[in-house]
Write a protein that binds this ligand. Structure first.
Ligand code: GN1
Ligand code: MG
Length: 365
């Protein structure tokens, strides 16, 4: 998008300064995000929200606003803040655009080697759960229906595999992904996918306000102290399970590699990393989490990895219509599938140990 056009959009928001510079930041898979510098030295985040993925933008904004206001009022942690349109009570400009404050002196990571940062990441995810305690999850909209309903993700994958149109249009993709299709549609794996949703349905674990996208790059760190500041990206806040937020944190932080690492021999899921994240998470979440949820945490790590995987594979077979792909990386979604499959395998090999390590957090009555 042209700089002048972005500046004009930026000027529509209620900010008492002039925009002087725009920078595209290329991290999310769904929305387009720009940093806008203003002539008073402040920075803001301008986003073009993808309404193919989020057709109910008003509902999304209502969830995000209500939850961030709730956290903000408690005043314990920093949280995101949206900016209104000038002379209006609206937050969305021209159907897709919204602005939020840049949280000063912070940075994000796509991957990290540091155990200390991972411990901090765990704290951020646990803290979010602590801060939303008391908010009635049933009053939130389900912005993307069945978002983490993994059996439905399996159904979508099967549909993509069976689609005559896909096979006709992209036969080479079926050939290239043959091993991955086999690996991911193994009945042993599919048969586990209802475990968390069943837990929610039966009431074994509670329905909570959930962030649902707690990957490492959605966690802000203080640029100097490297301490975690807060979670960002409130687009997928919905009713869900704490197990999802823990699991997504482990999926993305449990290895030192990026989500789309091409050299799978570099991918190493490390129990020390799992331990560090879990420690941070539990130090904060212990005040709200139930024993039944604690017991499910390792399954959450498996589930979020498996679910992301089958979503990447589905998108690959459907012709890259959901996740943004880098045109310079051939078969980008398949590369994501291969990298994440490596993580899944290693999680599976370590699952018993992961279960053992979580036991110390179960409170005995
Ligand atoms: C997407 O847009 P982004 O990068 O925050 C996706 C998540 C996936 C993630 C994988 C709305 O998140 O569910 O886990 O990519 N968001 C949506 O990196 O589908
Ligand atoms: Mg997101």
């Amino acid at each position: 998008m042209k700089t002048e056009k972005l500046m004009q959009i930026a000027r529509s928001f209620d900010i008492d300064a002039q925009p002087v510079k725009t920078t595209l930041i290329d991290i999310g898979h769904i929305n387009k995000t720009y940093i806008i510098d203003y002539d008073n030295n402040e920075k803001y985040i301008l986003q073009y929200v993808n309404t193919n993925v989020f057709p109910n933008l008003n509902e999304l904004m209502s969830n995000a606003q209500r939850v961030t206001n709730y956290i903000g009022k408690k005043g314990n942690i920093t949280t995101i803040e949206f900016i209104k349109i000038k002379d209006s009570d609206e937050y969305i400009y021209n159907k897709n655009w919204r602005m939020q404050k840049f949280i000063e002196n912070t940075k994000t990571y796509l991957a990290t080697e540091s155990l200390e940062k991972l411990y901090e990441a765990g704290k951020a995810v646990g803290n979010f759960q602590k801060e939303v305690e008391g908010f009635d999850a049933n009053t939130l909209y389900e912005v993307i229906p069945m978002f983490h309903y993994t059996p439905n993700r399996v159904a979508q994958l099967k549909e993509a595999i069976e689609s005559k149109e896909n096979r006709k249009k992209r036969p080479e993709r079926f050939e290239k992904a043959k091993k991955e299709i086999e690996f991911l549609t193994d009945e042993k794996r599919i048969s586990r996918t209802d475990k968390i949703v069943e837990g929610l349905k039966s009431g074994k674990i509670p329905l909570r306000v959930t962030h649902n996208d707690t990957k490492l790059s959605n966690i802000l760190f203080d640029a100097q102290t490297e301490k975690a500041v807060c979670l960002i990206d409130f687009d997928t806040i919905m009713p869900g399970s704490i197990v999802y937020d823990f699991g997504e944190g482990i999926r993305s932080g449990g290895t030192t590699s990026k989500e789309d690492e091409q050299d799978t021999t570099k991918i190493y899921f490390d129990l020390e990393r799992y331990e560090a994240f879990t420690k941070g998470f539990m130090e904060k979440a212990k005040d709200v989490i139930t024993n039944e949820e604690v017991e499910m945490l390792p399954l959450g790590a498996w589930m979020m990895t498996y679910e992301n995987l089958i979503r990447f594979l589905t998108d690959y077979l459907n012709g890259d219509i959901y996740f943004s792909v880098n045109p310079e990386i051939e078969d980008h979604n398949l590369i994501r599938v291969r990298a994440q499959s490596e993580i899944l395998k290693q999680i599976e090999q370590n699952e018993e140990k992961m279960k053992g390590m979580i036991k110390k957090w179960i409170i005995k009555n």
